[in-house]
Each structure stands twice: as structure tokens, then as C-alpha cells.
Design a protein around this ligand. Structure first.
Ligand SMILES: [Zn+2]
Length: 179
């Protein structure tokens, strides 16, 4: 069983008592440790991506984890956008436009990363037994948005993916060292 599966199982465990058979608390402890040493919100990424059910529904109805994740992620994207000077923030109008851009890039990238399936074939790549036309059989949807915003959102999708991989790698290593 991979680290992400164990983490999800431990979230579903009715008790976090660490009994010898279930080790339910260990993935949580490992995740918390990995967060202290790493990206800061990897545990939350794992929790939202693997444990909160259907994400496109979740995104509309909103859950606490997701709301929290979006808030943290928007701040993170804002920092990155400023570091990398995506746009000029000279006048007050520029600042407001820039903040809107960061927010939209954050929302778009998070939604796509969580559930980027093609809306026509729902990720299967086939529709009515033929290769799905809109996604050409890839099963991936379009991230949407235009030009600059789309490009930055795709960059941020890769960032999310590498944050999650790094987090899971650290957590798995810690889990191994406590067994
Ligand atoms: Zn499709």
C-alpha cells in the first residue's frame, strides 16, 4: 500500500489509537513531520486530493479543507507571481489587476490539478465507443482561460504536482524510519 493510501485510511480510521495492527496514527504523524520540514501544506494537498471525494462537486459546495487549501495556495501563487514578476505592480490599479490574476491562476490551477478530467468522456478517453473527440483520447480536459493566465496556471499545476510528490516522498521516508 502506498503512502497516500495509508494516509487516506488513517483519515478514515475511527480511532487514532496506534495499535500494533493498524498503525493508523503513523501516516498522520509522518505527514505532520513532513509538513514541518517541507512545503508546509503537503498533508492538506494529499487530504483534499485523495480523501475528500468528488472534487468538482466539492469545489462548488466547498469544504473546510478545500477552502483552507485554496487560501494557502492563493497566497503561495501571489508570492511566486511577485517573485517572478509576472506583471508590473506600479499603480494601485495594477496592484488590483495583479491580485485578480494571482487569484484566478490559483483557482484554475488547483481545480485542474484536483480534477482535470475531460468533461465529455470523464477521463476514459472514449465516448460512444470511439476515441473522444474533445480530448483526442487523452482523457484530460482543457485548463481553460486564455494566453498568459492559462500558461501561468499550467506552470502552477506542475508546482502542485511536485509539491505533492516531494511531500509524499518525505512522509514515506519518515514512515519507514518509524517502523
Ligand atoms: Zn474526452
Amino acid at each position: 500500500m502506498g503512502y497516500a493510501d495509508r494516509f487516506v485510511m488513517s483519515l478514515g480510521a475511527s480511532t487514532l489509537q496506534d495499535d500494533a495492527q493498524h498503525h493508523a496514527a503513523e501516516p498522520l504523524a509522518a505527514a505532520a513531520l513532513a509538513d514541518l520540514t517541507g512545503a508546509g501544506f503537503g498533508a492538506l494537498l494529499t487530504r483534499v486530493k485523495y480523501a475528500d471525494g468528488s472534487i468538482s462537486k466539492t469545489f462548488e459546495s466547498g469544504t473546510q479543507n478545500l477552502a483552507q487549501l485554496l487560501r494557502i495556495w492563493t497566497n503561495r501563487v501571489t508570492e511566486k507571481g511577485r517573485e517572478r514578476k509576472w506583471v508590473k505592480e506600479g499603480t494601485e490599479w495594477d496592484v488590483r489587476a495583479a491580485l485578480t490574476l494571482y487569484r484566478r491562476v490559483a483557482e484554475r490551477s488547483l481545480a485542474y490539478w484536483l480534477d482535470g478530467k475531460c468533461g465529455t468522456c470523464h477521463g476514459t478517453g472514449t465516448a460512444t465507443r470511439m476515441i473522444c473527440q474533445p480530448c483526442r483520447g487523452t482523457g484530460r480536459g482543457e485548463i481553460g482561460g486564455g494566453g498568459f493566465e492559462r500558461e501561468k496556471a499550467l506552470d502552477m499545476v506542475s508546482e502542485l504536482e511536485s509539491l505533492l510528490q516531494a511531500h509524499n516522498g518525505r512522509a514515506a521516508a519518515m514512515l519507514r524510519s518509524c517502523l
